[in-house]
Ligand binder design. Structure first.
Ligand code: HRG
Ligand code: AKG
Ligand code: FE2
Length: 330
C-alpha cells in the first residue's frame, strides 16, 4: 500500500545491472541490497529513480533532443506519420487527441508499439497490428530510437529480475510464458507551453496528461531537465513532484505488476502538468508482459494475505487494447 511519501527514492542499481545474468545473482550481497531498496520503493511509493543503469548519458540526451526537433516541425510535416486506426494506432497524434477520463490531454506524441504481424495474436491483437511510423526528419530518428528501445528493453528485464526477487520469486519469474517475449510501448511526448493567462488561472483543461496508472509491468521515463511537471499521488492525496534528476530514469510499476503481486505493489496514480514557460519533452518506455499473457496473483503473494486474491486476473493485450481504444475516439 502506498504511503504518505513526500519524496521519491533514488536507487543505484549498478550491482543488479552488472550481475542480473549471473546464475548466482540471488546470493550476491550488493544485489540483495538493491533488491531490498526496490522492494521498499515499490511498497512505499510505486515510483523510484534509477541511476547506475549503464545507459549512456549522451544517448539519453540525444533522444530527447531529436524529439524536440520533431515537435518543432510544421503540423503538415508531423501528420505525414499520422496515427490512425489503420496504422495500428502507431504514429503522431496532435495536442488534445489523447483522452484521459473523458478530458483531452494537452500533449502531442508519437506512439510506438512492438511491431505486430497480421494475425499474430488472432483477434486480440488486430487493433494494434502494424509496424511503427518514423519521421524521415530528423534523418537518424528511427535508428537512434530503435537503439534506445533495445537498450531499455534489456535494462527493464534486469530491473524486473530484481523485482522478482524482491517479491520472493526466482529471478526468471517474469520470463518464459509470462514475459519471455515481452511487449513494449514507447511514447515520445511533447507538452506545449500554456498561454500566460492560462498559467495564472490553471484550469482543468490545461493538464498535460490526466491522472492515470500505467498498464503493464514497468515504466522508464526520460524527462527534460529543469521542469517540474510529472506528479505522483501519495496515500493522503497530495501530488508529489518527480523532479528531474539528469541521467536517471523515473521508474514506476504498472497494472500487471499490481495483479501479479496481488496488490502488494500498487500501480500509483500520476499526472503531468507543464505549468512552466518552456516546452517539455519526455520519452516514456513501457516494459510489458507477453501480449497474450494471462496474469493472476502468484501463489506466494497470495499467501501473504491469507491465500486470498485481492485483485482480478487479466490478459495483458486485452487490457492494453481496451485502454488504447478509449484513449482515442476516432
Ligand atoms: N501507456 C500508457 N501508460 N499511456 C498513458 C497515456 C496517458 C493516459 C491515457 N490517456 C489513459 O487514460 O490511460
Ligand atoms: O511525461 C511524463 O513525465 C510521464 C508520461 C506518462 O505518465 C505516460 O505517458 O504514461
Ligand atoms: Fe504514465
Amino acid at each position: 500500500m502506498a504511503s504518505d511519501f513526500q519524496t521519491i527514492p533514488i536507487i543505484d542499481i549498478g550491482p543488479l545491472v552488472d550481475k542480473a545474468d549471473d546464475p548466482k545473482m540471488a546470493e550476491d550481497k550488493q544485489v540483495l541490497e538493491v533488491v531490498r531498496l526496490l522492494d521498499e520503493a515499490c511498497k512505499m511509493t510505486g515510483f523510484f529513480y534509477v541511476k547506475g543503469h549503464g545507459i549512456p548519458y549522451s544517448l539519453i540526451e540525444e533522444v530527447r533532443e531529436l524529439t524536440h526537433k520533431f515537435f518543432t516541425l510544421p503540423y503538415e510535416d508531423k501528420i505525414k506519420i499520422k496515427m490512425t486506426p489503420a496504422s495500428g494506432y502507431r504514429g503522431y497524434q496532435r495536442v488534445g487527441e489523447n483522452i484521459t477520463k473523458g478530458k483531452p490531454d494537452m500533449h502531442e506524441a508519437i506512439d510506438c508499439y512492438k511491431p505486430m504481424e497480421h494475425g499474430e495474436y488472432g483477434n486480440l491483437g488486430t487493433p494494434l497490428e502494424g509496424s511503427n511510423l518514423w519521421p524521415d526528419n530528423p534523418l537518424n530518428f528511427k535508428s537512434l530510437m530503435e537503439e534506445y528501445i533495445d537498450l531499455l528493453k534489456d535494462l527493464s528485464r534486469k530491473i524486473m529480475r530484481g523485482i522478482a526477487l524482491a517479491l520472493g520469486g526466482v529471478p526468471e519469474s517474469f520470463e518464459g510464458e509470462l514475459a519471455g517475449n515481452p511487449f513494449w510501448v514507447t511514447r515520445l511526448i511533447g507538452y506545449p507551453v500554456l498561454s500566460d493567462a492560462k498559467r495564472s488561472e490553471m484550469q482543468d483543461s490545461d493538464v498535460g496528461c490526466g491522472a492515470h496508472t500505467d498498464y503493464g509491468l514497468l515504466t522508464l521515463v526520460n524527462q527534460d531537465h529543469n521542469i517540474n511537471a510529472l506528479q505522483v499521488r501519495n496515500r493522503a492525496g497530495e501530488w508529489i513532484s518527480a523532479v528531474p534528476i539528469p541521467g536517471t530514469f523515473v521508474c514506476n510499476i504498472g497494472d500487471m505488476l499490481k495483479i501479479w503481486s496481488n496488490g502488494i505493489y500498487e500501480s500509483t496514480l500520476h499526472r503531468v502538468i507543464n505549468n512552466s514557460p518552456t516546452y517539455r519533452v519526455s520519452i516514456a518506455f513501457f516494459y510489458e508482459l507477453n501480449f497474450d499473457a494471462c496474469v493472476e496473483p502468484v501463489n506466494f503473494c497470495k499467501e501473504k494475505v491469507n491465500g486470498v486474491a485481492t485483485v482480478e486476473k487479466a490478459v495483458y493485450g486485452e487490457h492494453l487494447v481496451k485502454k488504447v481504444l478509449t484513449n482515442f475516439v476516432m
